[in-house]
Design a protein. Sequence first.
Length: 511
Amino acid sequence: MDFDGKNRPYWYEHADTTNFPHLMENASCDTAVIGGGITGLTAALALSQAGHDVILIDLNRIGRGTTGHSTGHLDNHYDIGLTNLVKYFGLSAARTFIHAKRHAIDCIEDWNKSYRLDSDFQRIGGCYYAEDADGVQAVQDEIDAANKLELNMTACNTAPLPFETAKAMCLPEQARFLPMVYVLALSRFIFLLGGRIYEMTRMEDFHEQHGKILIETTHGRIEANHLILAGHTSLTGKLSLQSRIFPHMSFVIAAQVEDEIEDALYWDTHEPYFYTRIASTQEPRLLIIGGADRQTGDDKEEDPFQTLEAYARQRYRVSAVPSRWSHEYFTSADGLPFVGRVPWADRVYVAAAYSGDGLTLGTAAGLLLSDIIAGRDNPLAEVLSPERVKPGVAGPKVAHFVTHIGRHFVKDRISHYEYSVEAIPPGEGRLIKIEDHVHAVYKDAEGKTTVMSPVCRHMGCIVHWNRFEQTWDCPCHGGRYNCYGHVFTGPPRNPLKREPAKVLEARTALH
């Protein structure tokens, strides 16, 4: 059973499926990796190349998480902007960070060539642009920051797009590829190098004992010298890190257009911004367009897919929208990822909170963690250390999100909810309150109901129904469950608790 949402990314059509086994017995290794996205696979391949014995597990199929739901942009810009990067972290750290992103693109290109991967990797330009005068200063600020960082960049009056733009910053030597094809190929080469990969295997817990890490999984235990948690969020269960990581959703459509645009990466100055690329070399008039971001668990009525389609139709001659999907990403309180040894453990490492740059930063993180475990110096280690403290930058955001969590923790337990099961349309879920108890109820296409506790298994917030993906999403820390309550995005490790259907038989509804 694949634990996905309702919609499927365009990339799924161009990638093979994997069929690695479940872990059904106890095993041991040098390094255990939790997470089969680009971070975990990069770290596993780099360590396997160095002769390390690696086991990688994923609770789904390889690449079916954020990597497979991304848009395949590879750039050495950054989500929070070069201006803020320099302002918050200084010129030296900013240069180290941007160099690591550039090196990540080089690594992806090298592995494509070395392993003869067929991921349609192409070097192209990148273009940050303003559509009107309101965004011109933002572009100019990025141009100034790029000059300070000594980036290869060109300031342009317009972007090469079939609609009016006011100013642009053009970056050469960016890239695009098919992310699912790429990571599935990495998994095959890890296997060929002796690495062991187990799919549909959930980490339930881990602890250190006698200099080893013991990882409890669904049906077996792994004993490892090192543990890499490569799940985009902390997966540690510790408040010290989780309180500095915030979940968001981004939405994507594939739009067939009659326009021909220059093959490049495009992103604008809107807040949240929209981003665009062609789908592939074979389909240059199929545009991948993303944006309409919102916090995970936000159940406002506005349809983000309709927002994206309206955006596309206002700017391109759209003939069809054959695909749409969404993905979750995490931001950190100070704007940079957390990558390295977790503060409270000697042999446990985390890679989390990449903002919207998971492909380059996931690659950089995987290479960094392999360097740390192998005892090699890497200047990025200090910049991204999970132990860093930036109170002036992080403090206000942490305070805001603590308030957000507290509000949801209380409000979602006392809110008014529908109580009639008959009111739930087939193929939908709803929160129902019966005699002061809230239940999460899903009704399938045949009308059969599944009743679950709505309490997230991570830290106890109430999940919300995501009608666009038919999932249960936690607004506090970003745990996501499919319609039947199975986890497919951390930090929770266990499914929603099932409840007997008879709880719906209660006739007295107090709200």
